[in-house]
Design a binder for this molecule. Structure first.
Ligand code: RIB
Ligand code: CA
Length: 308
C-alpha cells in the first residue's frame, strides 16, 4: 500500500489531539511533520502540546515546527476557550524531551513540499498556509491535496455566522481558498456528524494504555462543554473528520463547490459562503456532506487501540 505523506497544521486543542493520534496510528499515512499555529491557545502552548502528543505516541521521527503567533490581520480578539487553559484539558504532563525543528513551520513546509509530493491537513487557523503562499509563490501547485477543517454552511460556533478556524484568520482563509491546490474542506455541518460518546471514552479508558487514558481524560471537560452548549455529552471530532478524509477518501460523501470567505461584516466576519450549484460540480474545491458515524467511531477505536 502506498502511504500518503502528510503535514498536519494544527492548534492543539483537544480535538486536534485525537486527530493527530489517529493520523499517527494509521498506516495509510506517513506523518512527516506537525506544524503549529496560534488558535485554540497561543502558539507557544500549541507547540508544547504538539511535542507532548508526539512524545505520548512515541514518535520522535515526526518533525514538530513552530508557526505563526498571530493572524495576518493581527492578534485575535477575546473568545471563549473550550480546550482548557493549556489547550489540552489541563492534565499533568512531564516536560517533553522531543524538541522543535530549527526551522519555523513555513520553512519546514517548504522544505518538505519541495522534496516530496505530499498532502496538508489543516485543522487550525490557516495563517501558516497563507504565509507559505506569500513567501513561496507557486508552491501551491506542488501540493497534492489540502484537507481543511473549517467553515460552516449554515451556523457557526465562535459566532452564529462563523466557524472558529476561519473566523480566527479570514484573510488567510481567503488566500488559501483562492490558491491552485485542490482543497477538500469539512465544515461544521459535516464535523457535527463525527462524534465520540461516553461509551467511546469508557472504551479508551479500558484499553489500559497511556494514550487511551490521556485521551479519555482530555475529552472529559470537552464532553462537559458539549453538554452545556449543545445538550449532549457526545463530542464533535471536527479535526479527526479531516484526517479521516485522508485515511479513507471514499468514506465522506463530497461535492464540488465554490467558496467565498467573508473578511468584512460587523457580525459575519469569517463566514464561508458556499455555492453548491451544479455548475461547480467539477470544481477542485470539494465540501464534505455526510459520513457514517458508526464507521468513524469504529475506526477511531481500532486505531487508538494500536498504541501500546
Ligand atoms: O471549529 C472547530 C475548530 O476550531 C477545531 O479545529 C477546533 O480544534 C478549533 O480549532
Ligand atoms: Ca483545531
Amino acid at each position: 500500500m502506498s502511504r500518503t505523506k502528510v503535514i498536519i497544521d494544527t492548534d492543539p486543542g483537544v480535538d486536534d489531539a485525537v486527530a493527530i493520534l489517529l493520523a499517527l496510528a494509521s498506516d495509510e499515512l506517513e506523518v512527516l511533520a506537525i506544524t503549529t499555529v496560534t488558535g485554540n491557545v497561543d502558539v507557544a502552548l500549541t507547540t508544547l502540546n504538539a511535542r507532548r502528543l508526539v512524545q505520548l505516541a512515541k514518535r520522535p521521527d515526526v518533525i514538530v515546527a513552530r508557526g505563526c503567533a498571530q493572524a495576518l490581520a493581527g492578534p485575535l480578539g477575546e473568545f471563549e476557550g473550550v480546550h482548557g487553559s493549556d489547550g489540552l484539558g489541563d492534565l499533568e504532563w512531564d516536560e517533553p524531551t522531543i524538541d522543535v525543528d530549527h526551522d519555523d513551520a513555513v520553512e519546514v513546509m517548504r522544505r518538505l513540499i519541495e522534496s516530496d509530493p505530499l498532502s496538508i491537513v489543516a485543522i487550525g487557523p490557516l495563517t501558516n498556509l497563507a504565509v507559505l503562499l506569500e513567501r513561496h509563490p507557486g508552491i501551491d501547485r506542488r501540493v497534492e491535496k489540502v484537507v481543511i477543517m473549517g467553515g460552516a454552511s449554515f451556523e457557526g460556533n465562535v459566532t452564529p455566522a462563523a466557524e472558529f478556524n476561519i473566523w480566527a484568520d479570514p484573510e488567510a482563509a481567503q488566500k488559501v481558498f483562492a490558491a491552485h491546490w485542490p482543497i477538500t474542506f469539512m465544515p461544521l455541518d459535516l464535523t457535527h456528524q463525527a462524534t465520540l460518546g461516553d461509551a467511546d471514552l469508557q472504551f479508551l479508558r479500558e484499553l489500559g494504555s497511556e494514550v487511551g487514558r490521556r485521551t479519555a481524560d482530555m475529552l472529559e471537560p470537552y464532553a462537559a462543554f458539549h453538554d452545556q452548549w449543545y445538550g449532549s455529552r457526545d463530542v464533535y471530532m471536527h479535526d479527526a473528520a479531516a484526517v479521516y478524509e485522508l485515511i479513507d477518501p471514499t468514506a465522506i460523501v463530497k461535492q464540488g463547490v465554490r467558496v467565498a470567505v467573508e473578511t468584512g461584516g460587523q457580525h459575519s466576519r469569517g463566514a464561508t459562503h458556499i455555492d453548491r450549484r451544479r455548475g461547480h460540480a467539477a470544481s477542485s474545491t470539494r465540501v464534505g456532506l455526510t459520513l457514517d458515524n458508526a464507521r468513524f467511531r469504529e475506526l477511531v477505536r481500532e486505531r487508538l487501540s494500536r498504541f501500546d
